[in-house]
Design a protein around this ligand. Structure first.
Ligand SMILES: Cc1cc2nc3c(=O)[nH]c(=O)nc-3n(C[C@H](O)[C@H](O)[C@H](O)COP(=O)(O)OP(=O)(O)OC[C@H]3O[C@@H](n4cnc5c(N)ncnc54)[C@H](O)[C@@H]3O)c2cc1C
Ligand code: SF4
Ligand code: SF4
Length: 381
């Protein structure tokens, strides 16, 4: 069974692998390092379940955003170690207190980004922070099903395509006790590029990478700097952040993402509250504010139970959308993407890293210069 006909038609959610009754589908990396389903035709019985469950080729059920809030977790340390305002921690604490399980993107022992099942605050803290790389959901969908069948509360957090795939997979399961969070998603970079980058850092700094933080908040919420620990010594750089900003390393499906809108697959949507200084004056301290959407009655009810842990202000959905483009359109494919990958395969990672760095550096410099000029003009008007 051919599940998809072009890479743009597969977001890699792996719902097809999970649903296949004969385990004919495995997820395997392509030449860019993204996982795609591969069918073993000797095992396939042509039941069509894999095609039916796919949220990209098929459909997903979206929940239109009902309410929007600016949110800051009251605990400063929680916020400083989260990407945005730490809304995820408040929601996941609610589920952990009910004896439930929390799933999200974390790190394996060798720093691969993958979805993990967690049961305690300590384990859940491994999910904190944004990882700008596609997370491998591995076998978590079937674990969620098992938890729900055992009567547990479950929180599952991921990209919108992962949540849409999970919900299609769970169509015949009782999901009363399942709470889901999707993120506003700019696109996911290749796991192979991330792995190459870690190797590059090991060579550059001469040691073993022991920890990686995709955004170091020590430089402020808006900073583009990552932190990397080599043999436990910390270094700050923006070479990986510039790969993310260069846009060439995203999964092909991301440039045609069907989830870049306000019909969300999850109960909650989490994002950065860009535009906060205009829309909720005095709320931000540059340490991070979450934009939190409540998309279902379930989300409204959970929100009412977490208000003791957060500072929050309501905001108008239509007003936040223009500040966060992936709420109304996918990221555009860069015109040089094909060239980037040709160079990568022919000349190697170090070559494209340097080339990309110079490209983004120039772009950032031009933007800063323009901002300075605009401010000067405003001053003298
Ligand atoms: C690839 C990517 C692109 C993003 N693009 C935007 C954007 O354009 N605009 C915007 O407003 N926000 C974007 N975000 C979301 C934002 O960066 C924060 O993740 C989100 O606001 C949650 O922040 P928090 O403070 O509540 O919790 P945090 O503790 O910072 O986030 C942890 C949560 O994020 C999830 N998560 C982290 N990395 C991944 C991943 N690779 N795949 C799936 N889930 C992941 C975890 O499962 C966990 O639930 C993006 C996130 C990712 C991963
Ligand atoms: S058609 Fe059915 S058996 Fe074949 S790969 Fe798809 S889900 Fe598996
Ligand atoms: S941009 Fe769309 S397709 Fe890509 S990971 Fe995000 S939700 Fe999935």
């Amino acid at each position: 069974m051919q599940i998809y006909s072009s890479p743009q038609e597969c977001s890699g959610c792996s719902a097809c692998k999970h649903i296949c009754p004969t385990q004919a589908v495995t997820m395997q990396p392509d030449s860019e390092g993204f996982l795609y389903p591969v069918t073993d035709n000797t095992k396939c019985i042509n039941c069509g379940a894999c095609k039916k469950v796919c949220p990209v080729v098929g459909s997903y059920s979206g929940n239109h955003v009902k309410k929007a809030y600016a949110v800051k977790h009251k605990d400063y340390d929680t916020r400083i170690t989260s990407r945005s305002g730490g809304a995820f921690i408040a929601i996941s604490d609610y589920v952990l207190k009910k004896g439930g399980t929390v799933y999200g993107a974390g790190y394996s022992d060798d720093l691969k980004v993958c979805h993990l099942r967690t049961e305690t605050v300590e384990e859940r803290n491994r999910l904190k922070g944004t990882k700008y790389v596609q997370s491998d959901v591995a076998d978590t969908f079937s674990k969620v099903k098992a938890d729900l069948k055992n009567g547990m509360y479950v929180l599952y957090s991921g990209t919108p395509c992962q949540i849409a795939g999970l919900m299609n997979y769970l169509k015949n399961t009782d999901t009363e006790k399942l709470i889901t969070c999707d993120i506003i998603c700019h696109g996911v970079p290749s796991p192979q590029i991330y792995a190459d980058y870690l190797k590059y850092c090991e060579k550059k700094y001469g040691g073993k990478v022991t920890k990686f933080d995709f955004r170091d908040k020590a430089f402020g919420w808006r900073s583009q700097k990552e932190a990397i620990w080599v043999d436990d010594k910390k270094y700050n750089t923006n070479e990986y952040a510039y790969l993310f900003g260069g846009l060439d390393v995203y999964r092909p499906a991301c440039y045609e993402c069907k989830f870049a809108n306000i019909d969300r697959p999850a109960d909650f949507t989490l994002g950065d509250f860009w535009g906060i200084d205009v829309l909720v004056k005095g709320f931000s301290d540059n340490k991070g504010v979450s934009l939190l959407f409540l998309n279902t009655d379930k989300a409204e009810s959970v929100f009412d139970s977490i208000t003791n842990d957060i500072d929050y202000e309501p905001t108008v959905i239509d007003k936040v959308i223009p500040f966060n483009p992936n709420l109304y359109k996918p990221t555009a494919i860069p015109k040089d993407r094909e060239k980037f990958w040709k160079n990568y395969h022919k000349k190697g990672f170090n070559y494209v890293l340097k080339k990309n760095y110079n490209k983004v550096f120039r772009k950032v410099a031009v933007k800063k210069l323009k901002e300075k000029k605009d401010n000067l003009i405003k001053k003298f008007k």
